[in-house]
Write a protein that binds this ligand. Sequence first.
Ligand code: C5P
Length: 231
Amino acid sequence: MKPALIVALDVPTIKEMEEVLGRLPDSIEWYKVGLELFCAGGPAILEPLKKRNKKIFLDLKLHDIPHTVANAVKTAASHGVSLMTVHAIGGRAMLEAAAEAARECSNPPKLVAVTTLTSLSQEDFTDLGITRSVSDQALALGELAISSGIDGLVTSAHEAGALRKKFPQALLVTPGIRMPGGDVADQKRVATPAFAVQQGATHLVVGRPILQAENPSAAAAAIFADIKNAS
Ligand code: C5P
């Protein structure tokens, strides 16, 4: 599979989203809509993307009882979403229900699981009563998600290599992508597009390095070139 670039539409309003879309080249096929934008516009927010024939990654990180998550997957699929996130911590029944709901859709979305939020530390784990290390927890929840029928995992590029070995077929979605020397901002574990691809990433999520670039088209082109060199 050719690795895909997904531009994260981390903007608060529909107006700003339209502005971003107007500044980016047609070569970008994928966009990520997260909680902020979805709460601002609801499913109508997806229309400008559909009108432009874009693929949509709806990053709502679903975590609820199996019935609710399954119905949310079906509803999102009916809005033309291609990729969605669920929380692996929702457990096997929830993950299986989500995977089954996706399979039943006429245009089945792919599902990827978040194993452990990167914002959580070992101290948070203690508060939560989780005794595993952060990395052991991520691997265990990755195993749980994949064995429950989920298509892939969201991971830092630095863990992608180990996950690729363990799960040869899984989609691996990697945020935290920066060009060499790029502004890291609040990301702690960044990687270049080429490194992410070499580690087995199938989808690279990029926000600020494109959205905040003086020339977003040129920034996207440089990332495409780095992906291509490594593929
Ligand atoms: O601007 P930047 O490229 O850092 O944005 C990365 C995107 O990936 C954001 O939408 C962010 O919410 C998301 N993300 C992340 N780290 C994670 C999970 C998701 O940066 N661990």
